[in-house]
Design a protein around this ligand. Structure first.
Ligand SMILES: *Cc1c(COP(=O)(O)O)cnc(C)c1O
Length: 383
């Protein structure tokens, strides 16, 4: 089979890449291999073991994601945080320095600000490529970004970031969860490593926790060597469920893109709404960057009400859109970052980060857009 080929289009790769060919029955789907003990055929052969990240169902996901992100290799983890933590711990040591975008997923912020300094790793924060450049020192090992970011959907110029990294011999890493490989492939733009919380769009049905690192074979082999010691693997059943989710990724993301674009324009024109953050809107500060490096603008948006005190009424009136924290599933979800992901920040920190009390973040699902618009119209009326 040549379906891992980088010449196939993304929708085809979603369906076919990595599939384990079932020689016994000729079945169309990868069988589930549940063993944790595998016979060793000869002393030189690799020992298969789920915590060695090398069993057949893990390899199916690794091959599919390497193909979708146009990377040499990939390694699947038991959660997005396992992927992020293992990647950082595999590359950073005491005395080294790392630069992070200051608008990251809350769990990543916690890991970076609580765990890394304790291990003697120095940490700096910046907003864009110009700021990252000014922060680079001789001991800087990596620069880590999210684009689009959470919850303001800020975008980083990935070509400029890759150029900066190469010039200084600094590794560049992106959490590509919000974009998905359907909308954005950072590796061909020169970024060194891509990480996903596969819990979100990749699985897409809000029922599996998983993570993935995609990069060169050399980087993936380094990360896997550390991962075997840290132990954050994904089991065969969850791999199989994730594989099923991935088969419809391109189709789902296409609908997420369309629905979010339409909802963003609807909200931007609504008198109760002060501001909409969506990279697909021309007024978004990095719209030009996003348009250059993304083939679709994604399913995530956030918006601010003129009257922040009406946020509770909005959430309680929505009938289809569910107030919940996660994202990237088929169902539409809404949350208020100042009370959830960014709750531990002080009001002053939140103000600096532009996370106002009236800011709501929407993970726009794949429902019929007319129903979503009607739900928001009714919930926002007479705000
Ligand atoms: C959810 C999320 C993570 C963490 O992933 P888990 O699977 O929950 O561990 C990391 N980055 C982003 C952008 C996320 O949305």
């Amino acid at each position: 089979m040549t379906t891992d080929s980088h010449t196939h289009h993304l929708s085809t790769l979603c369906v076919h890449a990595g599939t384990y060919r079932d020689q016994t029955t000729g079945g169309a789907c990868s069988p589930i291999f549940t063993s944790t003990a595998f016979a060793v055929p000869n002393p030189a052969a690799e020992n298969l073991y789920p915590r060695c990240f090398n069993t057949p169902n893990q390899q199916v996901i690794n091959r599919k994601l390497a193909a979708l992100e146009k990377g040499e290799a990939a390694v699947v983890f038991g959660s997005g945080m396992a992927a992020i933590a293992t990647f950082l711990l595999a590359h950073l040591k005491a005395g080294e320095h790392a630069i992070f975008q200051n608008d990251l997923y809350g769990g990543s912020m916690q890991l970076i600000s609580q765990e890394l300094p304790r291990l003697g790793v120095q940490v700096s924060w910046g907003a864009n490529v110009a700021e990252f450049a000014a922060l680079i020192r001789p001991e800087t090992r990596l620069i880590y970004v999210e684009s689009p970011s959470n919850p303001l959907l800020r975008c980083v110029d990935l070509v400029a970031l890759a150029t900066l990294g190469k010039r200084h011999g600094v590794l560049t890493v992106i959490d590509n969860t919000f974009a998905t490989p359907i909308n954005q492939n950072p590796l061909p733009l020169g970024i060194d490593a891509v990480i996903h919380s596969a819990t979100k769009y990749l699985n897409g049905h809000s029922d599996v926790n998983a993570g993935i690192v995609v990069a060169s074979a050399e980087i993936v082999s380094r990360v896997t060597a550390s991962a075997v010691s840290f132990g954050g693997m994904l089991d065969a059943h969850a791999c199989s469920q994730l594989e099923r989710g991935l088969k419809t990724l391109a189709l789902r993301v296409q609908r997420h893109n369309e629905n979010a674009g339409t909802l963003a324009r609807f909200l931007a024109a609504h008198p109760a709404v002060a501001r909409v953050n969506y990279p697909g809107l021309p007024e978004h500060p990095e719209h030009a960057i996003a348009a250059r490096q993304m083939s679709g603008f994604g399913g995530m948006l956030s918006f601010e009400l003129h009257q922040p005190e009406h946020v509770d009424r909005l959430l309680s009136r929505l009938k289809i859109v569910m107030p919940a924290l996660s994202l990237g599933g088929v169902e539409s979800l809404i949350c208020v970052p100042s009370r959830s992901s960014h709750r531990t920040m002080t009001p002053a920190q939140r103000q600096r980060a532009a996370i106002s009390d009236g800011l709501s973040r929407v993970s726009v699902g794949i429902e019929d857009i007319e129903d979503l618009l009607a739900d928001f119209a009714a919930a926002l009326s007479m705000q």
